[in-house]
Design a protein around this ligand. Structure first.
Ligand SMILES: [Fe+2]
Length: 439
């Protein structure tokens, strides 16, 4: 199958929900991995109007591992009000209905709950078997949208997130304690309404990216994905003092760009180092395609009040992940998925040594396309652990669940679990250990 055909098949939604048990395993699954790998992504239900990739109904794909066995695979749509009632998430008056969302971007465990996330709405709680429990607003405390990219501070167990309303200035910075209680939603003044997808957290700071992909009301009211590039808006990083709500946000200009995803950030004296996947620009002419990316480092000099920028890797990639025990601390390694506009070459995972600028790759072969790879620690070293992801094989029109040894990704996979279905192109997943939730 040609690469473009393979890419098209990979992007096509699946039409059925299935369940399979006691799956075959090639190689040996690490027996200590007990829990579920669950990945979210847009998968418009049959009969949906064609729409932007980012707006499709969320579908979860989960593989359950226990004692060296792959005991189950299942996929389920998240039963949101968008899915069940076809309710719009933007009201006719231009405000967000926070109880409506596609829940299509990420899934996390926090405070014993499993939450499917999309940045425009409240979370949706689901069970480990991927049944939908319902909208979750932190017992009525959440009054703003909740990002699909919250971050757990490994020092405190707190979950930090944010949400952008559709009116200028209405960015909320949320802090949830380790038990799941929403403690604070702090207002962060911003100039406009932009697509803010991720942020960074260090020991003392939260860093927000105020970038020139701006909200367009008319696109939204027409049912389109409501964001486009602006040459006028400019680009800034906002440095927020985590401990002091009264401190002013420090906004520092950067070169215009777009960033969906951050690897991590850490403090180095009076500097903050922040590694990201950067688009030189995004959605100048329509918002259905993506330009190539580079790996990029912002070095924020707090004393001088300026940001220096450097390219770490010219090759296009996305879905950066790290060992999340290091969130906010100095990292060395990062993992990405290769990306290309034609689909050609988008068959490898990369392990970047961001300290010395080298990398290693794992190619899955012609017609095989990996999704985001999640690092699961299995020891004390930064790369001691496993990488897990779904890999689509165009020749079979099926996917596999694959585990690699993160300490050397060039080796053959540790384990491959062929699945009875295709897992289409999607967004983010996580490893949910067996003791991370109550259901
Ligand atoms: Fe994302």
């Amino acid at each position: 199958m040609g690469s473009a055909v393979a890419a098209a098949a990979y992007a096509t939604p699946v039409s059925a929900e299935i369940e399979a048990f006691d799956l075959p395993v090639e190689g040996a699954l690490p027996p200590e991995l007990c829990g579920d790998y669950i990945r979210n992504g847009p998968n418009p239900q049959p009969g949906s109007k064609p729409g932007h990739l980012f707006m499709g109904d969320g579908m979860l794909h989960g593989v359950r591992l226990a004692n060296g066995r792959a005991t189950a695979y299942r996929n389920r749509w998240v039963r949101t009000r968008q899915f069940v009632d076809h309710a719009p998430y933007i009201r006719m008056n231009g405000t967000l209905d926070l109880s409506v969302g596609s829940a299509n971007t990420n899934i996390i465990a926090h405070g014993n709950r499993l939450l499917a996330l999309v940045e425009s709405s409240f979370p949706t709680e689901v069970t480990r078997d991927l049944a939908t429990t319902g909208v979750y607003d932190f017992d009525g405390r959440l009054k703003a949208p909740f990002s699909a990219h919250p971050k757990t501070d490994p020092r405190t167990g707190e979950l930090h997130g944010f949400g952008m309303q559709l009116r200028p200035g209405a960015l909320s910075y949320h802090r949830i304690d380790a038990g799941g209680t929403l403690l604070e939603s702090r207002n962060i003044p911003v100039r406009g309404v932009t697509m803010m997808h991720d942020f960074a957290l260090t020991e003392r700071y939260a860093i927000f990216m105020d970038l020139p992909v701006v909200f367009d009301t008319m696109l939204g009211l027409r049912g389109k994905f409501p964001y486009k590039w602006s040459d006028r808006y400019g680009a800034r990083l906002g440095i927020v003092d985590r401990a002091n709500p009264a401190a002013a946000v420090r906004w520092l200009d950067i070169e215009p760009c777009y960033v969906f995803h951050v690897f991590n950030a850490f403090e180095d004296g009076e500097q903050i180092v922040m590694d990201v996947v950067r688009y030189k620009e995004l959605w100048r002419n329509g918002n259905d395609s993506f330009s190539p990316t580079t790996l990029h480092r912002f070095t924020i000099d707090l004393a001088a009040g300026r940001v220096s920028e450097a390219t770490l890797d010219e090759r296009s990639s996305e879905f950066p992940r790290i060992d999340e025990r290091l969130t906010g601390s100095r990292h060395r390694y990062g993992y990405t998925v290769a990306v290309s506009a034609t689909g050609e070459g988008a068959r490898e995972l990369r392990k970047h040594d961001l300290a010395d600028g080298t990398s290693t790759e794992h190619s899955f072969g012609a017609g095989c396309v990996p999704g985001e790879a999640v690092f699961v620690p299995a020891g004390t070293g930064e790369d001691a652990g496993w990488l897990m992801c779904y890999v689509y094989d165009a020749a079979l029109d099926r996917s596999s669940f694959v585990v690699l040894d993160a300490s050397d990704i060039t080796k053959p996979p540790v384990a491959v679990v062929p699945l009875p279905a295709r897992v289409p192109l999607g967004f983010h997943g996580n490893w949910i250990a067996a003791d991370a939730t109550r259901s």
